[in-house]
Design a protein around this ligand. Structure first.
Ligand code: PLP
Length: 492
């Protein structure tokens, strides 16, 4: 049985005329590109064809609307605008002011935030702006006051060294990488782990769920300046009221990184204590994942932190990507439409259907299921590493990414899990029945994949896929992909 598509397309005003107009725009653009570097035009065409022909299940990816994509290809790219709205270090920024103000206004309205900053180029930049805004507010400003100075440039060399020492000697607590946290939450390979003393909280080893009492106990002992909530690979919701309670008790600033689930917040699937914005002092996000906008970042803040966040440039950033800020304004305007709420609900419903599809076929899921947009499948029950599973699935046209599971015996490179998310295929119109079929196809690939030994011992990367599997699965996916076209009506 084929389900009714839940949501049809990632366009604010779908229809034949819209598709025809977008097609004409892209055809002209590709002709212009072709006249300079035909190989780039060819790769651009091929990227659309590849995305149209595969089951995109990467939990952090989506398909932005043609309106969002087209907004990025303009002369705003050519403009420098260091500074902030109305206070730039460059001349002639009046139109950048307009689009940056619009992006911030839509973000404030959509998320109910007192303040929004649209300049970060990415999620990592948004987190850096947030960390330094917290350090500026909680360490630098009181340090300056203590020394009777107004500005860091007024300090003697010695006082500046003392203050720099304090800035670099603060503590941060976030979710561990193997239970779903992100590298920017204080891990050594990332600058956040070099800036802060870091301690992780994990999940309950039995249930895989966050244990707020354990987090509170760890926070009481460690006394972080910054408590980070948010994740890249945790398949459950978070109670932000409880996280704020913990932060308040130990005097920490609560920073929530909602990069993955911002679309579910925008779409009012996460409300009340599951909505981070009323509870966090500072909230960061990417704009390109479940929020379905351009590749970029965003910071929301309470009044207490807004002045420091507003100084993201020059603190952490240089010239903003004005063309991307314009596209953020368009995407956030789309997310304020009622259709986006239906989309977000479908993303969550479809994740449940995908999880149920795995469970009924014997799949093992971290936490036993999902109540957000992603599932984490433990592939050790198929005798595979995450790396083998990811590669075999890709051979069959299913795009996922390998991911560590809690206490992963295969480490962060080979891993024991694959992470699958529903935002992208839900944008194409996939519903619960299609996601059940997706689970069936994934299981078919994994049960037909055998790990193979490398010449020098066991390999965590090599595998063989039984003959005919890739073709069968491709054919099964092709039917669903054809019934739910990506950018319907768009022809190059
Ligand atoms: N924060 C979280 C929770 C993420 O999952 C990611 C990306 O995967 C980021 C931050 C970084 O985003 P970006 O790749 O845009 O820098």
């Amino acid at each position: 049985m084929t389900a009714e598509p839940t949501v049809t397309a990632a366009t604010p005003a779908p229809g034949a005329d819209y598709a025809a107009t977008a097609s004409a725009a892209y055809r002209s653009a590709l002709q212009v590109i072709e006249s300079v570097e035909p190989r780039v035009a060819a790769a651009t065409r091929k990227e659309l064809a590849d995305q149209r022909d595969s089951l995109k299940l990467i939990a952090s990816e989506n398909y932005a609307s043609p309106a969002v994509l087209l907004t990025m290809g303009t002369w705003f790219s050519d403009k420098y605008a260091e500074g902030t709205v109305g206070h730039r270090f460059y001349a002639a920024c009046q139109n950048v002011d307009t689009v940056e103000s619009l992006a911030a206004e839509h973000a404030r309205e959509l998320f109910g935030a007192p303040y929004a900053y649209a300049q970060p180029h990415s999620g990592i930049d948004a987190n850096l702006v947030a960390y330094w805004a917290i350090l500026a507010t909680r360490v630098e400003a009181p340090g300056l006051a203590e020394l009777g100075a107004k500005h860091v440039n007024d300090l003697s060399e010695q006082d500046w060294e003392t203050l720099r020492g304090k800035l670099g000697n603060q503590r941060l607590m976030g979710m561990s990488l193997d239970t779903g946290g992100h590298l920017t939450h204080g891990f050594r390979p990332n600058i956040s782990g070099k800036m802060f003393h870091q301690r992780s909280y994990g999940t309950d080893p039995e249930t895989g769920l966050l244990d707020y009492a354990a987090i509170a106990a760890a926070a009481r002992e460690f006394k972080p300046l910054v408590l980070v909530a948010g994740y890249s690979a945790y398949p459950r919701r978070v109670n932000f009221a409880k996280m704020r309670e913990i932060a308040d008790e130990v005097g920490a600033t609560l920073m929530v990184d909602m990069a993955h689930f911002a679309g579910l917040v925008a779409g009012k699937v996460f409300t009340g204590e599951e909505d981070p914005v009323p509870y966090a002092h500072v909230t960061t996000t990417t704009t390109h994942k479940s929020l379905r906008g351009p590749r970029g970042g965003l910071v929301l803040a309470t009044k207490e932190y807004s002045d420091a966040v507003d100084k993201g440039c020059p603190m952490v950033l240089g010239g903003p990507l004005s063309h991307v800020m314009a596209a953020k304004a368009v995407a956030l305007a789309e997310a304020r439409q009622p259709e986006f709420q239906s989309y977000a609900q479908a993303v969550a419903d479809n994740a449940k259907a995908l999880a149920d599809g795995f469970l009924k076929r014997g799949g093992r899921l971290v936490t036993g299921g999902t109540d957000n947009h992603l599932v984490l499948l433990d592939v050790t029950s198929f005798g595979l590493t995450g790396r083998q599973a990811e590669s075999a699935l890709l051979d069959a046209g299913i795009v996922t990414n390998r991911n560590a599971i809690p206490a992963d015996p295969n480490g962060a490179w080979y891993t024991s899990g694959i992470r699958l998310g529903t935002p992208a295929l839900t944008t194409r119109g996939f519903g619960a029945d299609e996601f059940d079929r997706v689970a069936e196809l994934v299981v078919e690939v994994l049960t037909n994949t055998q790990p193979t030994a490398a010449s020098s011992g066991p390999s965590k990367a090599k595998y063989t896929l039984a003959d005919g599997t890739a073709e069968r699965v491709h054919a099964g996916a092709a039917e669903m992909l054809a019934a739910n076209p990506l950018y319907p009506g768009l022809t190059l």
